[in-house]
Design a protein around this ligand. Structure first.
Ligand SMILES: Nc1ncnc2c1ncn2[C@@H]1O[C@H](COP(=O)(O)OP(=O)(O)OP(=O)(O)O)[C@@H](O)[C@H]1O
Length: 528
């Protein structure tokens, strides 16, 4: 990891206060994220009352200095200003060594910490989609997809590759705005793709075939593959390619998209890992068959996003022009979207773990009760358990654990302030999509513009059924990866190409135990 001392970040100071204020200007409210590169907290600026997100920069190895990932994230975010890209407001520092909740030194003994201050967003897409019972409507999916593509198009025009598009990096506020976040793996690219870049980027499930095959010269198409995976996931109700290792990821891709050869992807055979991973028997493309339950225009667009050959993959700009976004039901106005209590992946994971623990405790208690059963009464006594065992919450009745409140903040919900006393007004930051004002005309490439008057449909779409496991003989558990009560996709059929590879190992975010075991958030170290 490259190094730089905190005082030598070489980041042009605008506004002048960058890095000069102390984190003590904020009250830390609760942890909302835990990433590879640091913890994220919801906090309140004491002076203005404004709610923000503080991302603490992890300094695990103090000898290595300030992490290059953070420097790159800060530099890139400083040059990106768009309503669909998270706004980095400020950098703050804590002057001395910090302590954790138990009062122990936080490991960074000799220095203070550095935090990035972001506008606060109520949800990330993964956390939101994991809400029990939540179903996205088609206008809602179109609305989110359009914002995702608009933000990404803006990045690509500005020669920035995101390189970690996934649900937990797509932040959503309660005004329906979606913003790209986590630019820790992002970097600038040249349009001629002459630079050599690392292929060890992008969370496994969203990583394109060219990177898995070892390509080190690549461009914006890598992000578009991830967008295709997110799109299909939104419609499908669960991740579509939940590989557990790089070979298994490629296997899943080839089972769905066919195996590549020089005819469909010129140059593929020269990629470093082509011979290692290409299946002996060719596989045919099955996207249309597997997702035949998707609407025609959705399928058409998805096909173009999931092109194996990156040079044939649709760009963000062209995707925004796709029929899908211009046919009924139209994307809804972000503001018309329902408001939910805050839901971040970190919180939903914790909630599930808590439920799992409660469940385990309940079964333990149940077992214990069994071993302590009163001796069977003879002589005409009933063998039924005593009446006091039959209450709804008694473990003996096999009742499920009591529901956990919907949000970690059910006791206190901090909405995004619409105008705190003495603080910023509602439109102070980035402006949001006040008028749904992206890609206003068909030919437009996104990135701002006038409002799309009357262009929205709020018509409810028929409920989309919960998806059964998409892969035959594959990994998803019966309850689906999001647990028993959520789901927001249309029902997919089964598709395994039998006999090609043997059955896959269980994987993905199967049940409550699999959180953290899957690869959705599998981190990759920074290289280039
Ligand atoms: N501005 C924000 N507002 C609200 N929540 C946020 C914000 N920024 C980040 N989060 C929450 O924190 C989580 C982790 O943030 P982020 O992805 O930036 O950290 P990271 O350390 O880079 O994580 P990763 O391991 O995914 O690379 C996000 O998924 C999101 O739930």
């Amino acid at each position: 990891m490259a190094i730089a001392a905190l005082g030598q970040l070489n980041i042009e100071e605008s506004p002048p206060i960058w890095g000069s204020r102390s984190v003590d200007c904020f009250d830390r409210l609760e942890q909302i994220g835990e990433g590879t590169y640091g913890q994220v907290f919801m906090a309140r600026e004491i002076e203005t009352g404004e709610i923000v997100a503080l991302k603490k920069i992890r300094m695990d190895n103090e000898k290595e200095g300030f992490p290059i990932t953070a420097i790159r994230e800060i530099k890139i975010l400083k040059k990106l200003h768009h309503e669909n890209v998270i706004k980095l407001k400020e950098i703050v520092t804590s002057p001395g060594p910090e302590r954790d909740e138990q009062g122990r030194p936080d490991g960074n003994k000799y220095r203070g910490s550095t935090y990035m201050v972001f506008e606060y967003m109520d949800h990330d897409l993964t956390g939101l989609a994991d809400r029990p019972g939540l179903r996205f409507t088609v206008p809602q999916i179109k609305c989110y997809m359009k914002q995702l593509l608009t933000g990404l198009h803006y990045c690509h025009v500005n020669q920035v590759l995101h390189r970690d598009i996934k649900g937990s990096n797509l932040l959503i506020d309660n005004e329906g705005n979606l913003k790209l976040a986590d630019f820790g793996l992002a970097r600038s690219f040249s349009h001629d793709h002459t630079n050599t870049l690392t292929n060890r980027v992008i969370t496994l499930w969203y990583r394109p075939p060219e990177l898995l095959l070892g390509a080190t010269k690549y461009g914006p198409a890598v992000d578009m593959w991830s967008v295709g995976c997110i799109f299909a996931e939104l419609l499908n109700g669960k991740p579509i390619l939940p590989g557990k290792s790089e070979p298994e990821q490629l296997q899943k891709i080839f089972e769905l998209c066919g195996s590549p050869d020089e005819v469909i992807w010129s140059g593929v055979s020269k990629l470093p890992s082509f011979n290692t991973f290409n299946p002996k028997r060719p596989l045919k493309r099955r996207v249309r068959e597997v997702f035949r339950h998707f609407d025609r225009h959705a399928l058409e667009l998805l096909e173009k996003m999931l092109m194996l050959d990156p040079s044939q993959r649709i760009s963000a700009k062209d995707a925004l022009d796709a029929e899908y976004f211009w046919t009924d039901p139209l994307p809804c106005d972000p503001k018309s979207l329902p408001q939910y209590e805050s839901s971040h992946e970190y919180q939903t994971k914790k909630r599930r773990q808590q439920q799992q623990r409660q469940h385990e405790e309940a079964s333990k208690r149940q077992k214990l009760q069994h071993t302590r059963l009163p001796p069977i009464q003879h002589g005409g006594q009933s063998h039924h358990p005593p009446a006091h065992w039959s209450g709804p919450n008694h473990p003996m009745n096999n009742a499920p654990p009591p529901p956990v409140p919907a949000g970690p903040n059910s006791h206190h919900h901090y909405g995004k302030p619409r105008g705190p006393p003495g603080g910023p007004g509602p439109n102070r930051y980035a402006g949001g999509n006040q008028s749904g004002g992206y890609n206003p005309s068909r030919g437009g490439g996104g990135g701002g513009g006038s409002s799309q008057v009357g262009g929205y449909s709020n018509a409810p779409y028929p409920p989309q059924g919960r998806a059964p496991p998409p892969y035959g003989g594959s990994s998803m558990q019966a309850n689906g990866p999001r647990g028993p009560s959520s789901g927001y996709g249309v029902v997919p059929p089964n598709y395994s190409q039998s006999g090609q590879y043997g059955s896959s190992a269980p994987g993905g975010r199967g049940g409550p135990n699999s959180m953290g075991g899957g690869n959705r958030n599998q981190p990759y170290g920074w290289q280039q």
